[in-house]
Design a protein around this ligand. Structure first.
Ligand code: IPE
Ligand code: IPE
Ligand code: MG
Length: 285
């Protein structure tokens, strides 16, 4: 087993147990099953992994306790976004990860409330185990990444349509998926600095944020290449392959990943960040 997949397994075990604790003791008791359901359907946990990998890059060693707060908060926000994205008024999807979506498994009002609860709880979790100053910065940045300056802005651009050029498509994805991924790497680094008693304005945080933006973009471009055959029909959403062609899209994906890797190469232990950046463009699914 490669170093990355063994590390990802350890990371997943930590994240799954942390998320389980967040949704324990739910009231009313009947809400416990729907609330836990979308956290248990097999998400890849890529965002918490990037957060923990960034903490490790700064810290110089593996310790999944250091960035636990932001890592769990990101997955809660991501999960809420998927529950609401699948609703009939949005993408109207009956299945996610091969299983019934929350509004199908339960009902629509329950799915709205599950999303609301996950999002709201995320902000308490985000600062739970951090020193005060780092906690405030983390909560503020999470709000910016998840809201209309970030993920929701991207979702609005996506449902409004009319994206016809590469720059606007980059901006859409920078919001829709990039903002949360950039928050993941930035907040992991911040948690590690806070743990070390370091300077919370250290420029390494700007590098980690940019790393996340680039990897988010590389991931999206690689996704479009993997989906290129399905796009052939042409009435689907805009994609990088439609605008740039498959060869140029895959060249740019690799270039973004290389640029990201160069940003973190000199950190104390960038192994997992580098492996995740490579995985974002080399995966086959
Ligand atoms: C899928 O994200 C949805 C988008 C944000 C575009 P992931 O591929 O990370 O989803 P899961 O959590 O692993 O299912
Ligand atoms: C998922 O987006 C929701 C967010 C990124 C916030 P998409 O609609 O593009 O992804 P899937 O196809 O539902 O996973
Ligand atoms: Mg969708």
């Amino acid at each position: 087993m490669s170093t990355l997949s063994a590390w990802l397994e350890r990371c997943r075990a930590e994240v799954d147990s942390g998320l389980g604790a967040v949704v324990s003791e739910t009231w009313p008791e009947t809400f416990a099953t729907p609330l836990a359901y979308p956290l248990q359907t097999g998400g890849k946990r890529i965002r918490p992994a990037l957060c923990h990998a960034a903490a490790q890059a700064v810290l110089g060693r593996e310790d999944f306790a250091i960035a636990k707060s932001p890592a769990l908060a990101i997955e809660l926000v991501h999960t809420y976004s998927l529950v609401h994205d699948d609703l009939p008024a949005m993408d109207n999807d009956d299945e996610r990860r091969g299983k019934p979506t929350v509004h199908i498994a339960f009902d629509e009002a329950t799915a709205i409330l599950v999303g609301d609860a996950l999002l709201t709880e995320a902000f308490a979790v985000a600062c739970r185990d951090l020193p005060a100053e780092a906690g405030v910065r983390t909560v503020t940045a999470l709000a910016r990444a998840a809201g209309h300056h970030g993920m929701i802005g991207g979702q609005v651009a996506d449902i409004t349509g009319g994206v016809e050029d590469v720059d606007t498509l980059v901006r859409l994805h920078a919001g829709k998926t990039g903002a949360l991924i950039a928050f993941a790497t930035w907040s992991g680094g911040l948690a590690a600095l806070a743990h070390q008693g370091g300077d919370l304005d250290d420029p390494v945080l700007g590098q980690l944020r940019r790393f996340g933006e680039l990897v988010g973009l590389a991931f999206q471009l690689a996704d479009d290449v993997l989906d290129a055959e399905e796009d052939a029909g042409d009435d689907g959403p805009p994609s990088f392959c439609k605008l740039l062609g498959v060869a140029e899209t895959s060249r740019r994906a690799r270039a973004y990943a290389d640029e990201a890797i160069a940003l973190v190469d000199g950190l104390a232990d960038p192994t997992m960040l580098v492996a995740l950046a490579r995985f974002s463009v080399e995966r086959d699914h």
